[in-house]
Ligand binder design. Structure first.
Ligand SMILES: Cc1ncc(COP(=O)(O)O)c(C=O)c1O
Length: 396
């Protein structure tokens, strides 16, 4: 494909989107690009015809090649990476199989994604592990947060600190590098939920140097659904198991230390759709063909700032932006009560779009996310839809 295709409407046919659907909630499930979708389908078709031969011989080799490309993007060795089917599988694998010691403590932040928090809750309920939480807000003060975290780490010596690269809703970016450095200073294991990470922003494992980090290729890299990459620093390769416990555990027990075990352990934990992971290669190639990561991330940021302004001006509300290139914006919605699920279902389907809302400190916000196929007219449409929603919501 040519780099000459302008970003905006002209790029929409290259994404798996209904022509009439206006997709501004791209941070939820992501939008797969057509080349990655087709690559996935083609590999599935080829592999279904000669299942054993493909699954045992060809697909693992292709998966390895895709992993090499991901390793380059994440600036690490492929040996430190594993494919997971979701961020939730990644955090469950880390927390549920970690060798806890009685009275260990876990530190989290209040805006952790619910499923990740559930894994922490489970560990707390099942093992003799205590959880503490530090609260943060939209407009947190960076140095104040760092000093609060530092005092906690110094005083309580938790075993592990879990925090987001960028939270889900409301969207807040955390000082990831500094928090990791604090973890190192106090000998605390860092676990980063970077579900919003790869494709959204440069993400270098060599420079961040976390202990664990997972990132969803389906959210911002336009890869097929359910493609999460787990990074584990070498020191901890043998501290966790892939869930479900299966052949992966057997592989590790056979040889110690095994040659390149991490990804193999996750890949062979259960039957899986290998083609969807392999097809990430087509998403990477597609993104290169339209101008590359830097250009895409900059466009996503520019368009979402313009979009937020259009919506907030139409609604007479405020919006809260993050530093470039984090292309997600919290926009305040003038609602007094959350509409019912029934109202939303009918409303969104009638408008051919979808947005999520969150109530935060007594106000309602939505999260909009940039994408190469969006342009200002999409946000003019969304502004009109949101105005209508506020006027017609029976609860408002
Ligand atoms: C910050 C964050 N963490 C974790 C998740 C869960 O991702 P998954 O559906 O891959 O388990 C999400 C999903 O939106 C998220 O936004």
């Amino acid at each position: 494909m040519s780099e000459c295709i302008p970003f905006g409407r002209a790029l929409k046919p290259y994404f798996m989107l209904d022509e009439k659907y206006v997709s501004v909630n791209n941070a939820s499930s992501g939008v797969v690009c057509v080349p990655a979708f087709q690559r996935h389908l083609q590999l599935l078709e080829e592999s279904e015809k000669v299942q054993d031969l493909q699954t045992r011989y060809r697909l693992p080799k292709l998966a390895e090649k895709t992993m090499d490309q991901l390793a380059e993007l994440l600036d690490t060795s492929p040996n430190n990476l594993a494919f997971c089917f979701s961020a939730t599988q990644a955090i469950s694998s880390i927390l549920l199989t970690f060798p806890w010691i009685a009275n260990d403590r876990i530190l989290t932040l209040n805006l952790a994604y619910p499923t990740c928090q559930f894994a922490v809750d489970f560990v707390q309920d099942r093992y003799d592990v205590q959880m503490d939480t530090i609260d943060i807000d939209f407009a947190y003060d960076r140095s104040e947060l760092l000093s609060r975290v530092e005092s906690y780490l110094a005083k309580n010596k938790p075993r592990l600190f879990i925090f987001d690269f960028v939270t889900s809703m409301p969207v807040i970016q955390l000082p990831c590098k500094e928090l990791i450095q604090l973890c190192k200073k106090y000998n605390v294991i860092s676990v980063i939920d970077a579900a919003h990470g790869i494709g959204l922003s440069p993400l270098s494992m060599s420079s961040l140097d976390p202990d664990f980090l997972y990132t969803n290729a389906h959210k911002w890299l336009n890869a097929p659904s359910g493609t999460t990459i787990l990074y584990v620093s070498k020191k901890y390769h043998n501290s966790i198991e892939a869930l479900p416990i299966s052949y992966g555990y057997h592989i590790r027990k056979q040889k110690s230390p095994p040659p390149a075990p991490l990804n193999a352990r996750f890949l062979y934990a259960s039957s899986t759709d290998l083609p969807k992971f392999i097809a990430i290669d087509a998403a990477i190639a597609f993104r290169k063909s339209i101008g590359g990561e830097h250009k895409i991330q900059n466009y996503n940021y520019d368009i979402i700032i313009k979009g937020a302004k259009i919506i907030a001006e139409a609604l007479g509300t405020s919006y809260f932006v993050l530093a470039p290139p984090i292309a997600m914006v919290n926009v305040e919605i003038p609602l007094r009560r959350m509409p019912s699920a029934e109202f939303f279902e009918y409303f969104w389907q009638s408008k051919n779009t979808f947005l999520r809302f969150v109530e935060y400190h007594g106000k309602f916000y939505t999260r909009i996310a940039g994408a190469p196929f969006l342009e200002e007219s999409d946000f003019v449409y969304i502004a009109g839809v949101l105005k209508e929603l506020c006027q017609n919501s029976p609860e408002n």
